[in-house]
Design a binder for this molecule. Structure first.
Ligand code: WTA
Length: 662
């Protein structure tokens, strides 16, 4: 982030105090900070007691093998029981758990609109659990889920959790290649998918990518369970494919959930790191559910009897895990699950859903807010959004203009905005306002939540004074922390715990790549990544991963990818490519762009591809991305004194750039 952005941020002086009635009835008040400060582990033990344990934990934290921390290690519980059965037992079986809205408008046939109560969800999840068992899935086995946003996606995740199987949900926008790599890495024996889902007004196929991935991993996948959603044609392989309705519908609705140890693996979520290979982030059971559910209760001031909650994330990302599939269900709220895009079949679809279902809490990403803001105030202005009482943001820094627009136009100048900072690795929200306590500042994620210790430090690990920037670190372990990288403990230690190693006085700090600033009040402003990971529309992409995809094209000799600032998507992918000699360059940008799309998926498609004669390198051969970023952002190129050949930048800047369009 540039100095001028830092200066602009420090000039922000608008403050939004909590609404009086919210503050008066808030689930969590200011004393939570004091309580947690005095007794951090006692605070988390209390948060854990919001769950129902089969065996109450006696130990809160085992740090004897740090950084392989274990939370509530002698406790036992079942996640699915906590998310479903206990609400039914408490007499809330008739409460709607999921208001599902398909993308096509409802025709009254239930094809595109379904409400599932907690009692119905219990039956469906039990059936699906029994079906997985009948297919030979046992506790500890991995199951890949590649689905559109339909109730079966959540049912499948809950069914895995119920029987102790470890799910890995792969975003439906990823390619067959990306899916195969994930299936292979965690050795999934079952894949759950659907024929397709509705996107932008048309059925989009999913099954062909699964077929291709299953062939690629050769024999590892024993069964593919296919939900019929769109009714489109699918190719069928009798050896592995089974229809969901054939294998699930006939099962019993009785399934007794067994307790699992608090450290039993719950899921693996793949995310981009600084090297090409995605990292399988492992989350476990008790600590994860404790923090996912407590933060959901605290940050959204959730009142399960009256709130209607909606998080627009896809279940293929961590937000869809912690704040759709687990946290909200553990808290017993009614939530909206929407299949499609915000402007299908017409603009204002989101606002119509909020109006129709009287949504009270809405959680989305800055990139979506900016897209809506661009369409003007009139579209949301046409709907009754007065039910909304809290607005959340996640995925990337929210710029003050978008924050203020969100609050004013969507929140009627009444609903507070909670800007929530966290990561796939942290599992749950870490830094955020509390809506009944905090006087929010547009653009700031404010302070660590009670029970969370985070700081901004310099490169020696020393806390920086207010008014300065540095690296954002977490200084004490937290319950929903990642436990390791699947199959690679060394990479876990290297990636997260080696930048600020343990000293005589303290344990190692957790660092996962973000820069931040403390303002004069000590409030935190997250400035974005400091490593080679980009954040496009709130989704993490690694530069190396896209570079490897480009180099795998026969025409490419070398490539370098940078994330350039983009008004719509936060960052956008810009690629610099050296072609092999003698290649026909005609239309090559489009071909390369399509290639990246098919290797990784549409989100990784470069906004621009520049064909260049050389790349700027240091004498030791390291690509100087900083200089390429200057070119990509059309700035004067910065200091080139460490370049092996300083004339290269002139050649690159003079070159043609091509917008790859859509
Ligand atoms: C960024 C998404 C600023 C950050 C939950 C982080 C944010 C990465 C915010 C994690 C926020 C997320 N303000 N930046 N409120 N929330 N980020 O793993 O760079 O997909 O490291 O998890 O998104 O992305 P991930």
């Amino acid at each position: 982030m540039t100095q001028s952005t830092l200066d602009n941020l420090s000039r922000e002086d608008r403050r939004f105090p909590p609404p009086d009635d919210l503050a008066a009835h808030a689930n969590v008040t200011a004393d939570a900070y004091d309580h947690a400060e005095k007794d951090r582990l006692g605070f988390w033990a209390e948060a854990a007691s919001r769950l129902t344990w089969a065996t109450e934990p006696k130990t809160v934290l085992d740090d004897s093998r740090a950084p392989f921390y274990r939370w509530f290690p002698d406790g036992e519980l079942n996640v699915s029981y906590n998310c479903i059965d206990r609400h039914v037992e408490a007499g809330n079986g008739d409460r709607v758990a999921i208001h599902w809205v398909g993308e096509p408008l409802d025709t009254g046939s239930n094809e595109h609109r379904r409400d599932l109560t907690y009692a119905q969800l219990k039956d469906e999840v039990s059936r699906a659990a029994n079906a997985l068992i009948s297919l030979g899935v046992q506790d500890g086995d991995r199951v890949a889920i590649y689905m559109p946003m339909i109730p079966e996606a959540v049912i499948a995740m809950q069914a895995c959790a119920r029987i102790g199987a470890v799910h890995t949900v792969v975003f439906g926008g990823f390619s067959a290649e990306a899916l195969a790599a994930r299936i292979e890495d965690c050795q999934a024996k079952v894949v759950i998918t659907s024929d397709g889902g509705y996107r932008r007004g048309a059925p989009a196929a999913l099954k062909p990518a699964v077929d291709e991935a299953v062939t690629k991993v050769g024999g590892a996948v024993e069964h593919v369970v296919v939900v019929r959603r769109t009714g489109q044609d699918v190719t069928w392989n009798d050896d592995v494919d089974v229809w969901w309705h054939d294998v699930v519908d006939s099962q019993s609705t009785e399934h007794e959930p067994q307790p699992f140890n608090a450290e039993h693996p719950l899921f693996v979520m793949y995310t981009s790191g600084t090297t090409g290979k995605p990292k399988g982030i492992l989350h476990t059971t008790g600590g994860y559910l404790t923090q996912a559910s407590w933060t959901h209760h605290a940050v959204f001031d959730l009142k399960p009897e009256t709130d209607v909650y909606w998080c627009t994330a896809d279940v293929g990302w961590i937000t869809g895990h912690s704040y759709i599939a687990y946290g909200p269900l553990a808290n017993g709220v009614s939530q909206v699950l929407y299949e499609g895009t915000p402007d299908s079949p017409e603009r204002g679809r989101w606002w119509k859903i909020i109006q129709d279902l009287k949504v009270t809490i809405f959680y989305t990403a800055p990139t979506a807010i900016r897209a809506c803001m661009k369409q003007g105030d009139a579209i949301p202005g046409g709907f009754d959004l007065t039910s909304l009482r809290i607005l959340g943001s996640v995925g990337e820094p929210i710029n003050p203009e978008a924050y203020v627009w969100y609050r004013r136009v969507i929140g009627g100048d009444r609903a507070p905005v909670v800007d929530t900072w966290w990561q796939t690795e942290t599992g749950a929200i870490m830094i955020s306002p509390l809506p009944g306590v905090t006087h929010g500042k547009p653009g700031s994620a404010m302070t660590p939540l009670p029970g969370i210790s985070a700081d901004v430090v310099d490169d020696k690990g020393e806390s920086v004074p207010n008014g300065s920037g540095g690296y954002l670190v977490v200084t004490e372990p937290w319950p929903s922390m990642l436990r390791t990288i699947w199959g690679d403990d060394d990479r876990y230690v290297d990636t997260y715990w080696s930048m600020f190693k343990a000293t005589e006085d303290r344990a190692a700090f957790y660092f996962a790549g973000d820069g931040a600033k403390k303002d004069e009040d000590g409030d935190l402003w997250v400035l974005g990544r400091v490593d080679d990971v980009m954040n496009v529309s709130g989704h993490r992409l690694s530069t190396t991963e896209i570079e490897s995809a480009l180099v795998s094209h026969p025409a490419v000799a070398e490539s370098a990818v940078v994330g350039a600032t983009d008004v719509d998507t936060g960052q956008a992918v810009v690629a610099f490519v050296i072609l092999k000699e003698g290649v026909d360059a005609e239309g090559i940008e489009r071909k390369l762009s399509d290639h990246v799309r098919s290797e990784i998926g549409p989100i990784a498609k470069p906004r621009e591809i520049m064909i260049v004669p050389e790349l700027p390198k240091t004498r030791s051969g390291k690509i100087m991305r900083r200089l390429l970023r200057d070119v990509a952002e059309k700035r004067d190129v910065g200091d080139t004194t460490t370049l092996a050949d300083a004339s290269i930048m002139q050649l690159i800047s003079a070159g043609q750039s091509t917008n790859t369009g859509d």
